[in-house]
Design a protein. Sequence first.
Length: 424
Amino acid sequence: MNILVLGSGGREHAFAKKISESNKINKLFVAPGNAGTEQVATNLAVNPTDFEAVKSAVITHDINMVVVGPEAPLVAGVHDYFLADEILKNIPVIGPKKDGALLEGSKDFSKQFMEKYAIPTARYQSFTVETLEEGKNFLETLSPPFVLKADGLAAGKGVLIIEDLNEAKASLDDMLSNQKFGNASSKVVVEEFLDGIELSVFVLTDGKNYKVLPSAKDYKRIGEGDTGLNTGGMGAISPVPFANDAFLQKVEDRIIKPTVDGLQAEGIDYRGFVFIGLMNVGGDPYVIEYNVRMGDPETEVVLPRIQSDLVDLFEGVATQTLAEKSYDVTPQTAVTVMLVSGGYPEAYDKKKQIEGYEKVAESTVFHAGTTTIDGTVVTNGGRVMAITSFGDTIKEALGKSYRSIDKITFEKMNYRKDIGFDLT
């Protein structure tokens, strides 16, 4: 089988590495990929949201399956594009169609979905510029901090958490009247703040059945002690120690089953991943948000723990036979620590030579923002590499990752030195 993975980050390198281990794979391609994916696959200079270019690549390389990494192609309708094309329609796409991708593409849609199917989530209301004053009035009914979410995709930056009521009102005005996040904030969801501990649970579904993938916790803030600006993720750990069997059973009963059943009830044929961002509030799970793909850097700890053939699972998704597929997970803990460019998540330089990563022996190096110039691997993004290790404990796995990081250098390299410390 020839498979094409769409995307260029650490998530896609993790997908490519796992897929390359399958005995079902013949040729593997990644578009556009990075310096890491080209070690296990052939990179193609194709933009994942340029569907005509994707089609051309699929035909040229006789692709039998497409795995979609990032959200943008899904929300834009890449799966629908394939189904509507006579040449492409029988090629499976792992990722939901446009109607299912609304779970991530529209915060308002996802909140309405949760409300309709009694899935626990924070109290909320949605507002447009025409109902701005009503939004300010609704803020007055909530206790601080106040949560404001741009309805559409805003590259992970569309959520504001604000302590002061007047500042929250001003921010709501800025988002709606001045389009602070562009079209993404033409509608804004205002919701109550849930006080608890965050984690994520991932589900792979064929639209009827599902497999619950390992739980993970990521670390968004740039600074130690969860301080500073939000990032795309500075590290992750799987499994999450406080997500015991009793808690995960609540997640399955109250959230996963109603979500899959709700999608069926809506007539949404959902085939792919559901990323459920959760808050553990006093032992009860509440949904913060849905994403319609795997997370990054969570993928770099979730996929390595799966011991089953990932391509076999994807075939189950495509043919709606997922329930018949074997699925095993290692009990060991996986941790990943993200190496980032100096200045990230604000301005940073690219094309900094990376050295020492090839000397890493006790960890897996997943490339994220990297590329190759004249045979030399250089930085090409804010988040550069994810260093993943296994251990019987978080402490053991972390020790391996940090020892591996000691071997790697690039100019102004930065990383958090406290990933997982809150869990040990």
